[in-house]
Structures are given as C-alpha cells and as structure tokens.
Design a protein around this ligand. Structure first.
Ligand code: NI
Length: 199
C-alpha cells in the first residue's frame, strides 16, 4: 500500500521527537543476528506473573507473543510504547486473538507483582506482566539482547531510573524470534507489519 508523503513526514518527525525526548535513557543497540537468517534472540525464561505464579516461555507456546521490556517508573518511553502496542493490537481484527502482549520489568526490585498488576491494567485487558529475581530478569533480558542499567538519581523522587533499550519483539507460536520493532514505530506501521507477520 502506498503511504502518502505527508504520513512519512509525520512519522519521521515523530521518530525524531521521540528520540530527542528519550534523551539518554534509551540507548538503541541493534539486536545481534546470525548470518544464517535465524536470529539469536529469545530463549527460555523463568519469571512470575502479577499473581506471583511462576511463568515460563513455554506457557505461551501456540500463541504469538509481543514482548516489551521496561519498568513501571519509566516516565515516557515505556507508557508510550505500551499504548502504541495496545492500539496496534486492537487494529489487528481477527488476528488479535492469536497474540499475547507481554511486559517484562527491568526493575524487579521495585516492580513486584502487585505493582505491575496495577500498572498493566492501564494498557489493555490481556497484557501479561512479568517480574522475577534480579538474576531471572538478567537472564531473560540477556536472552532478548536487552541492554539495561540502573542510573542513580538521588535528587529525584524516583531515586533511580533504568536505562534500557526499547525493542518490541514478535515471537512465533513455537517461541522463535520473528522480528522486532523500535519503540518509536508508529502504531499504524506496527499494525501493518503484525498483520503481515501473523499467519
Ligand atoms: Ni522505559
């Protein structure tokens, strides 16, 4: 489908705006991919959901998953991205039921199950929120090639923030990586790409 020039200009401006807005908090690092075409992204994880119930990657087999790593105190990028994800998924029509959106915290010290439960309620009915121990979160983030780092902000009410990369991953029903999107992807583009990728 041909997209009018004005849409492209708006997208580019939005992208630049988001990048400027993100400041130093989001450091984009392109996920590594192998030369065989099979990306080395994803893998087993053991985490807990908002009810404190253990969840692993295997629980989501048979569904596509749209996975985003962030933290509930994130002032801008995380909530914006979760809204874009929710809206893009809503526009999927029949394919919507085939996808489970997942939010994995990078701030497990603060983001305990009940905190994440309240947070994700703002972003759709079936968003799955996951946390875990520091080691479990590190393992999951490493599997998805997510950069994150705690940055102290002693003078702020938050005390610290998490620098983190802002990729959205689409994983297949077999748990394998299909593709990823950057956090500035406009929702219409995300919807189109998801429609094309979900069979
Ligand atoms: Ni964030």
């Amino acid at each position: 489908m041909r997209i009018p020039v004005i849409s492209w200009i708006l997208c580019v401006l939005l992208g630049i705006g988001l990048l400027a807005w993100s400041g130093t908090r989001v450091v984009p690092v392109a996920p590594a991919t192998s030369t065989s075409g099979q990306a080395l992204i994803g893998g087993p994880f053991q985490l807990i959901d908002t009810n404190g119930k253990p969840r692993t990657d295997r629980d989501f087999r048979g569904k596509y998953t749209l996975i985003y790593f962030g933290f509930t105190h994130c002032p801008d990028i995380c909530p914006t991205t979760l809204i874009v994800m929710e809206n893009a998924l809503k526009a999927l029509g029949k394919k919507r039921a085939r996808v489970v959106p997942i939010f994995i915290t990078l701030d497990p010290g603060r983001d305990r199950p009940e905190i994440i439960g309240k947070y994700i309620a703002h972003f759709g009915d079936d968003l799955v929120g996951l946390t875990g121990s520091d080691a479990q979160i590190r393992q999951a983030a490493d599997a998805y090639k997510i950069y994150y780092r705690r940055v102290e902000q002693p003078d702020s009410a938050m005390k610290y923030v998490i620098d983190h990369s802002g990729f959205i991953y689409l994983m297949g029903p077999d748990g394998r990586y299909i593709t990823h999107f950057t956090h500035g992807t406009p929702e219409q583009i995300l919807t189109e790409k998801l429609k094309a990728a979900i069979t």
